[in-house]
Design a protein around this ligand. Structure first.
Ligand code: AVI
Length: 313
């Protein structure tokens, strides 16, 4: 992603009547480090839940695939790959013939992932692809080899409803009949559990959000006084949405040197930063149906907090 896209998106978001910054901008090097800290927090349960599913139910997931060998396991946005590694280990140890194809836009992320996977699983066949999901998935669709696509980590929760449908439809249009999709969905549960996961007592999630302002200062020559902003996050159990915001504590003007532009804030004005939607199993089944998939099975953790849901085209 070029700096120019960042500058344009920030300008657009801070000029909108309801200001926003896309959550994709959380993940610069510093933000990715803070996200690792979030995944290690006791309050942030999704990581441990999905780790449990992929460690303990790998064999059941594989049995459900019903693929001729060899096949591909294609992963969108693999991150550090620790959870995926649990599933891959089960496959390697049972002598299944498959290739692991992680896709990421960042060359650095892919190279690190490849080295790390091979450190732990030296017999793994890994064929990394650098680029955007859709062009890569089309390339894979032209081969005869069946594929399981992985979209893990609950990342789907960060998309608005219409974006979710667009994404699932685009995946579907590039999949072959019989290809499978395994998607991680965080489930609705006791609202207090969700609230703590997104507003932790140590302020790590706050730092994750504040890094957006630091990033604007670093990359766009901003003069933002970050202590003039606070973080606010809210879970609405009526619709399953966690919405996160930055709040301007005072009426203020910020200047971004890179674009030579000023942006004005009223006291208590919000910047929307993130949606983290929590699903019910019924909503997941509806999403599968309207986007051209059949649900094969929901693989749940023991607390029923999270599911990796396996669908077939
Ligand atoms: C990456 N994504 C699934 C995380 C989530 O739970 O929405 C990002 C996150 N935001 C705050 N904490 C974690």
């Amino acid at each position: 992603m070029s700096d120019n896209t960042f500058a344009k998106d920030i300008h657009k978001g801070l000029s909108a009547p309801l200001k926003y910054i896309s959550s994709k901008y959380f993940y610069d090097d510093i933000g990715s480090g803070i996200f690792q800290d979030i995944m290690n927090m006791p309050e942030y349960y999704p990581t441990a839940c999905e780790f449990e599913i992929l460690s303990l139910q790998g064999q059941q997931i594989i049995d459900k695939l019903d693929f001729a060998q060899p096949f591909n396991i294609v992963e969108f946005g693999a991150g550090d790959g620790i959870k995926t590694r649990q599933l891959l280990r089960t496959l390697v140890e049972s002598g299944v013939e498959f290739s692991y194809v992680p896709i990421d836009i960042s060359k650095k992320a892919i190279e690190e992932l490849e080295a790390n996977m091979l450190d732990h699983l030296p017999d793994l066949q890994i064929k990394p692809m650098i680029g955007n999901y859709f062009s890569m998935i089309e390339e894979l669709a032209s081969s005869e080899t069946p594929s399981l696509f992985l979209f893990l980590g609950g990342n789907i929760g960060n998309y608005e409803k219409d974006e979710v449908n667009d994404l699932l439809k685009s995946f579907n249009s590039s999949m072959k009949p019989g290809d499978k999709l395994l998607t991680g969905f965080d489930l609705q549960k006791n609202p207090a559990t969700i609230r703590f996961a997104y507003d932790d007592p140590k302020g790590i999630t706050k730092a994750f959000n504040m890094n957006l302002l630091h990033r604007i200062n670093r990359e766009l020559g901003g003069n933002i006084l970050t202590n003039q902003f606070d973080f606010y996050s809210h879970y609405n159990p009526m619709n399953g949405e966690v919405r996160s915001y930055l709040v301007s504590l005072v009426a203020q003007k910020i200047h971004l040197q890179r674009m030579d532009k000023c942006y004005y804030f009223e006291q208590n004005e919000l910047i929307r930063t993130e949606l983290s939607r929590k699903y019910t199993l019924k909503e997941i089944e509806e999403a599968a149906k309207i986007n051209g998939y059949k649900v094969l099975e929901h693989f749940l953790d023991c607390k029923h907090y999270f599911t990796d849901s396996l669908w077939v085209k």
